[in-house]
Design a protein around this ligand. Structure first.
Ligand code: GLU
Length: 304
């Protein structure tokens, strides 16, 4: 497959079009980014790498990191985690309080904010040093010690985090948090503040495309059944209230974040990261969605 030529041709086409949308502004620190940056990186199961544009520039992966914290909790605690967080698309905003009340403090899925907070709570209980353990998990996957939290983003989120604070306290009031909400939120904001380049992101998620993937210690990240379930959740819940649209137009499991990043997985073939900070009105990268739609069409690489 001529991945490089196809990536280049679609990139140039989209680059020549209007860059529509807005960078997320509710986290003040995210507005400091140049909204014209646009990068793509693909890595195949056989470790062939292709890409273009600003693929070596670090950006805030935000909600994409929720997949990784979920993998850590799932690996560590197994299927009992599904008693405290659901596996259904939410159909409402990722920070909805109404739905949380209807669901009595059991968040609809692990990718809405409440769900990711419950997962963060599991890790706070399970580890003595959750922040260090979580980073080690990621660094062991791609062997890159340069991946880290961004303290400015953490502070920025804390300063304006009124709704997230409300969500976390709300869950606590239903008894679905073991730890103090402040401790959970602190870890949650840190998880969201992880920075990666498109190259790092694509390599970090390769384990979901390759059943034989081993981390730097020679261990499997998840077993096949667990990886299947994470891909299924990414397919049904990975794009806020636009997950159906992503399935419909792109046809791959994936996850986006308000930093403008998207990771998508073609099981058994490749993982691909796209980053462009301007978001459409559903909160997904405008150029990222357009790129992936055209890419999976031209390469005929949808799972459907
Ligand atoms: N840290 C962001 C928040 O809690 C995550 C948003 C996202 O990427 O979905 O609002």
């Amino acid at each position: 497959m001529a991945y490089q030529a196809i990536i280049q041709q679609i990139y140039e086409k989209i680059k020549a079009e209007d860059n529509i949308g807005q960078a997320a502004s509710y986290i003040p620190q995210l507005t400091a980014v140049d909204t014209n940056l646009f990068g793509i990186h693909l890595v195949t199961k056989n470790h062939q790498e292709y890409g273009i544009g600003d693929r070596y520039v670090k950006f805030s992966i935000q909600s994409i990191a929720k997949c990784l914290s979920l993998c850590v909790a799932y690996k560590l605690l197994g299927s009992q985690i599904w008693k405290r967080v659901g596996v259904e698309p939410s159909g409402t905003a990722f920070n909805s309080l109404t739905q949380l009340e209807l669901d009595k403090g059991i968040p609809r899925n692990p990718f809405i904010n409440g769900g990711a907070m419950v997962v963060a709570d599991m890790l706070v209980s399970a580890f003595r040093h959750p922040e260090e353990e979580f980073l080690s998990f990621i660094r062991e996957i791609n062997g890159d010690n340069d991946i880290s939290y961004n303290e400015h983003i953490v502070q920025s989120e804390k300063e304006i985090g009124y709704r997230n604070i409300a969500i976390c306290n709300f869950i606590k009031s239903y008894g679905n948090l073991e730890n103090h909400p402040e401790r959970v939120l602190d870890f949650y904001f840190r998880i969201c503040s992880i920075e990666m380049t498109c190259q790092e992101l694509a390599n970090t998620f390769l384990f979901l495309a390759d059943d034989n993937f081993r981390n730097s210690k020679g261990e499997a990240v998840l077993n096949m059944s667990q990886a299947k379930r994470i891909n299924a959740l990414m397919q049904t819940c990975g794009f806020y209230d636009e997950s159906g649209e992503f399935s419909f137009t792109v046809g791959l499991p994936g996850k986006s974040g308000v930093g403008g990043g998207i990771i998508a997985i073609f099981p058994d073939k490749y993982s691909i990261a796209v980053w462009s900070p301007k978001l459409n009105e559903k909160g997904n990268s405008y150029r990222g969605m357009r790129f992936l739609e055209q890419f999976t069409t031209q390469t005929e690489s949808s799972i459907f």
